[in-house]
Design a protein around this ligand. Structure first.
Ligand code: ADP
Ligand code: ZN
Length: 563
């Protein structure tokens, strides 16, 4: 905005000056004549007067009939005398006339304005080209869904950015850096922009990988340059995405990384001195962060930016991105919020956008449940659902039984199942059964056992269909997760043999002791799960058949099967 205004004003000044100059020009820019013609006029006694400035290369003469011309100044010493002798009036000036100097000053002024304009324009472009991402952020906290507590904490920091003097006067310790961590697409960048937007300060984003250099000192030099620039544009939020890329853990050049990190830390120290640059860093992988960055006194303000964990939170995000869209009666946004288990805000946004595109392509511009589903699966399966891909009939059937197994036990254990699908994905999963996360926090032993059994149910249902020798690799992920659960139950939670209240890792128990217990536990749960499946084979078959027919069924349809 500011730039545009400046430019418009500059443009008006220039145009104004040009108009003035054009108006003034005609009197001096008389038609030019060759000197010989002038001499001919002198000889014919037609010339009335001469207007001459000694230093000028031309002079103006007026004929007796009133017309004026310009011609070359011969610049010989007796020129004035010669003319006077011929009865011609001579108006001679040593320097330029007032009129001329006015014009000259005007021209020079114009020239300077043009120069200044070009220079400042050039300055603008260099800043822009070296930092495409500097701007005054217009993002506000109201644009960020969820993260309520976090936003409250950040308000404090914003207040500091707005009133640094008061805080300094109070001797308050100022934050050096803020670290936001959490899975991709949860709004870390968005929050950083919102901090800048709420505090009305400049925002600039860089990525940690920009400093990932093979050569010692290059990354560090870039950091110093960046901060120098940031201080010039302070107050300013410097957002460093993927800060985990800075540091030795990634196996780059260790000493180059060291220097880069040290440069960053010492520049950040400068912030306390009041240069008005606040570093906000983000990472998806807190565990990969260089310990130098996480030591006390560095990124002291650390905030988790988690995935939305309840359908209420997801509904908030959905509301933001559905504001300007139309839906038909088949769409229940609350149900949609439940179905999007585990989805990040970025994914939710992408799904809604994809559905909007489908509604536009269809010409209606009204989003239906079918469009939302298609959009969701496109996202979920990370690519187009391969609907048309040739798939063996028996593979489809096996996948249907596998997913039906998960759904059956999940349902019987009281889990909320939002969607079951055998739509093949480009990411390799044969099908998927989606649960609504029941809760966060403590799990009972019974709940953990049920989770293991539900995981086993996929493979066990395959066995029901094709017998133990023809099961597939489709269960590998389930088995892995079940094993992890069992390991934790036995080793850490004191839920193993005779519920021995021992941490096997603390007493450093031998591997075989642990393995034996896990094996026994696993066998028991497998047996129990098999019993449940065998006594509900009819339901299993119904779910599987419905899946083969429809490819995808939702929670309501599943409930109907059990009614
Ligand atoms: P991150 O930096 O955590 O990977 P981003 O902030 O870049 O994620 O989020 C990507 C996009 O997803 C954002 O531009 C925004 O459109 C959307 N988004 C992410 N989190 C939220 C949120 N909490 N509320 C609203 N939109 C969000
Ligand atoms: Zn499975």
């Amino acid at each position: 905005m500011k730039n545009i205004k400046k430019r418009t004003i500059g443009g008006i000044i220039i145009i104004g000056l040009i108009i003035i100059i054009i108006c003034l020009l005609p009197p001096i820019y008389k038609e030019s004549q060759p000197y010989t013609q002038f001499m001919a006029a002198v000889d014919k006694n037609e010339v009335a007067s001469i207007d001459i400035t000694l230093s000028s290369n031309t002079f103006t003469y007026t004929l007796k009939n009133g017309s004026q011309y310009r011609t070359e100044n011969p610049k010989y010493n007796d020129f004035k005398k010669d003319m006077l002798e011929k009865g011609i009036e001579v108006d001679e000036k040593k320097e330029m006339s007032n009129y001329m100097s006015f014009i000259t000053i005007g021209m020079m002024g114009l020239f300077m304005i043009i120069m200044l304009h070009t220079i400042s324009g050039r300055e603008k472009t260099t800043i822009q080209s070296s930092s495409k991402s500097l701007y005054l952020s217009s993002v506000k906290f109201s644009d960020v869904a969820g993260h309520t507590e976090l936003k409250k904490d950040l308000m404090q920091i914003i207040d500091f950015l707005k009133n640094p003097k008061i805080y300094k006067k109070a001797g308050a310790k100022l934050p050096k850096g803020i670290l936001l961590y959490g899975p991709p697409g949860t709004g870390k960048t968005l929050l950083a922009k919102a901090i800048a937007g709420e505090a009305s300060v400049n925002f600039r984003a860089v990525s940690g990988s920009d400093f990932d250099e093979k050569f010692v000192g290059v990354g560090a030099g870039r950091i110093r340059e960046l901060f120098k620039w940031a201080r010039k544009n302070s107050p300013c939020i410097l957002f460093i995405d993927e800060i985990d890329a800075l540091g030795g853990k990634r196996g780059g050049n260790i000493s180059a990384d060291r220097q880069t990190i040290n440069a960053l830390l010492s520049e950040m120290d400068g912030f306390t001195a009041g240069n008005g640059v606040l570093v906000v860093a983000a990472t998806n992988r807190l565990q990969d962060l260089d310990p130098a960055l996480t030591r006390p006194g560095r990124f002291d303000n650390r905030f988790a930016v988690p995935l939305p964990s309840t359908s209420k939170e997801r509904r908030e995000i959905i509301d933001i991105y559905t504001k300007d869209k139309r839906f038909d009666d088949s769409v229940d946004l609350d149900a949609f919020a439940k179905e999007m288990v585990g989805a990040s805000p970025a994914v939710i946004e992408a799904v809604i956008n994809e559905a909007a595109i489908l509604s536009a392509a269809d010409g209606s511009c009204v989003i239906t449940k079918a469009m939302l589903d298609e959009a969701y699966f496109k996202q979920l399966m990370e690519g187009h659902s391969k609907k048309d891909a040739e798939r063996q009939q028996d593979e489809i059937k096996l996948t249907a039984y596998h997913e039906a197994g998960h759904a059956l036990l999940g349902f019987l254990f009281g889990d909320e199942i939002t969607k079951i699908s055998i739509v093949p994905s480009t990411s390799g999963a044969g099908g998927v059964t989606m649960f609504n996360q029941k809760k966060v926090g403590l799990y009972s032993k019974q709940e953990l056992e049920q989770q293991v059994m539900t995981l086993y149910a996929g493979r066990l249902a395959e066995e029901v269909l094709v017998g133990p020798d023809n099961v597939t690799t489709g269960a590998s992920n389930d088995i892995e997760r079940a094993s992890e659960l069992l390991y934790d139950m036995v080793v850490s939670y004191g839920m193993g043999k005779e519920d021995s209240l021992i941490s096997y890792s603390v007493i450093q128990a031998g591997k075989s002791v642990i393995t034996d217990q896990i094996l026994a536990y696993s066998e028991r749960l497998r047996y129990d799960a098999e019993m449940i499946i065998n006594s509900n084979k009819d339901k299993l078959k119904m779910i599987a058949e419905k899946l083969i027919e429809n490819e995808t069924i939702d929670g309501d349809e599943l409930r109907k099967i059990f009614e």
